[in-house]
Write a protein that binds this ligand. Structure first.
Ligand code: FAD
Length: 432
């Protein structure tokens, strides 16, 4: 490790923070990670990764990719391995359970490659050496001196920490974003409600097969309809079926400090009352009491820049998206790959403070367009699935064509090209 290599503080130990820490450590960069919770933890739900995400994992570290492969689950039928989702007519009330009309299919390398969030996080945690992570460290504010002095983090427990630079990976409600924008009351500091919410469930696979039939239970399906859609895909190496049921509402979310609330299955039936028998059967399989997740994003006020001196936002902290592309976490991993490569550039360490500022500037310049496009495109995609998109409605051909074009833009991007562009940008900034 070069002696002049910078000390990087990462705030937040979700997927972004952990992946970035592992990628930086692999490149010999000194890292400390500060997490507000008493331990690393993720919720028990599924998360799917497109091929761009898998390539980004490999770029971050082969160990991250290997960790993913340990827990990743693809469609269970060999002839459906490359299916992202089969899009079904969830609104057809005449088709019996399991016999909904197939509207169209989207395919990609590896298909829907999904993990149980908590299991993936457990594998990532194993890759973080002792002494790197500090728990119960809730960031309150940041002090950044004008010159070469260290950046200081102030935590809620009264303690402080110092670093040469800080990467905020503190998620959708990021303190780092609010600090960067100038305070909690500034536009963009708080995420906004997209007027969609989701119920989530994990169903034992055998039960799902018995009730829905093998194809529906073991392969990724998206059941479309007016103002709602339900998606299912296998996780836990095919032992469990993950369910996410989205609904559009006109009502405000009651408490913007809490993005989940307890709910009951009867509300899911109400929200999907106009859907057909297959969707009703999926709802039957859910627990009687379940959580309802508000879908917030940062789409109303995209950050003008992800960097401010030697502080930078990454992942959901910079660009939280609704989940309709199934790409939010994947794009966080792309961010981490680009950031790790930039910070490991010898020219950054050599240039000291201005090198770190240049790395963050290059990161922001190169990541803004794609990440902020994703946030807007995801909103549009959610509306396409629910026959609400302007100029499209329930025209299946148009929905298919637009979804395909948007997903291709996500899946087809090459991480090597993103990294090369960022390094070029860094070189130009350092030269100026
Ligand atoms: P987070 O996971 O929010 O992690 C932030 C971390 O920072 C947490 O550990 C938190 O405790 C910590 N923290 C917060 N504030 C502080 C503070 N002040 N001080 C210290 N620590 C702090 N993406 C996909 O790619 N595919 C999918 O299929 C998919 N499905 C989704 C389904 C739903 C319903 C939702 C809501 C999202 C979905 N996403 C999906 C998006 C994905 O979940 C997020 O993009 C991703 O988890 C963000 O990771 P992150 O590490 O940036 O933020």
């Amino acid at each position: 490790m070069a002696d002049n290599s910078p000390n990087i503080a990462i705030v937040g130990g979700g997927i972004s923070g952990l992946v970035l820490a592992i990628a930086l450590i692999r490149r010999g960069t000194k890292v400390q990670l500060y997490e507000q919770a008493h331990a690393f933890g993720e919720i028990g739900a599924g998360v799917a990764f497109g091929p761009n995400s898998v390539r980004a994992m490999q770029a971050c570290s082969p160990d991250i990719h290997a960790a993913f492969l340990k827990v990743a689950t693809r469609n269970q039928w060999p002839d459906k391995r490359d299916v992202w989702f089969d899009f079904m007519d969830g609104y057809d009330k005449t088709a019996p359970v399991g016999k909904e009309k197939l509207l169209f299919t989207l395919t990609t390398e590896d298909g829907a490659n999904a993990v149980h969030r908590a299991h993936f996080l457990d594998e990532l945690v194993k890759l973080v050496p002792e002494g790197v992570a500090h728990f119960k460290k809730r960031l309150d504010t940041i002090e950044q001196p004008a010159g070469d002095g260290k950046v200081r983090l102030r935590f809620h427990d009264g303690t402080t920490a110092e670093a040469d630079a800080v990467v905020g990976c503190d998620g959708i409600k990021a303190r780092t974003r609010a600090w960067m924008l100038g305070g909690d009351d500034k536009p963009g500091a708080a995420p906004v409600y997209t007027y969609k919410y989701a119920y989530r469930g994990l169903i034992p696979m055998q039960r799902a097969v018995d009730e829905l039939g093998e194809d529906n239970a073991k392969n990724a399906k998206m059941h479309l309809g007016k103002d709602g859609h339900i998606l299912t895909f296998p996780v836990n190496k095919g032992e469990t079926m993950n369910v996410v049921a989205f609904h559009t509402t006109q009502e405000d979310w009651p408490d913007t400090r809490h993005l989940t609330r307890s709910s009951e299955k009867k509300h899911v039936y109400d929200d999907f009352e106009d859907f057909g028998p297959t969707v009703q059967k999926i709802i039957d399989l859910l627990e009687p009491n379940l959580d309802c997740w508000a879908i917030f994003d940062t789409g109303a006020h995209p950050m003008p820049a992800y960097n401010k001196g030697r502080v930078c936002c990454l992942g959901d902290a910079g660009h939280a998206t609704s989940p309709h592309h199934g790409a939010g976490a994947g794009i966080c991993i792309e961010d981490a790959a680009v950031m790790a490569e930039l910070l490991a550039e010898p020219s950054v360490a050599k240039a000291g403070t201005s090198g770190l500022e240049a790395a963050f500037q290059a990161f922001s310049d190169c990541r803004k367009e794609r990440t902020q496009w994703l946030v807007q495109s995801s909103r549009r995609t959610g509306d396409l699935y629910e026959w609400r998109a302007e100029g499209v409605g329930n025209d299946v051909e148009k929905i298919h064509a637009e979804c395909e074009e948007r997903d291709e833009k996500i899946w087809g991007s090459q991480i090597e090209e993103m990294v090369a562009e960022a390094k070029q940008s860094l070189a130009a900034i350092l030269k100026a």
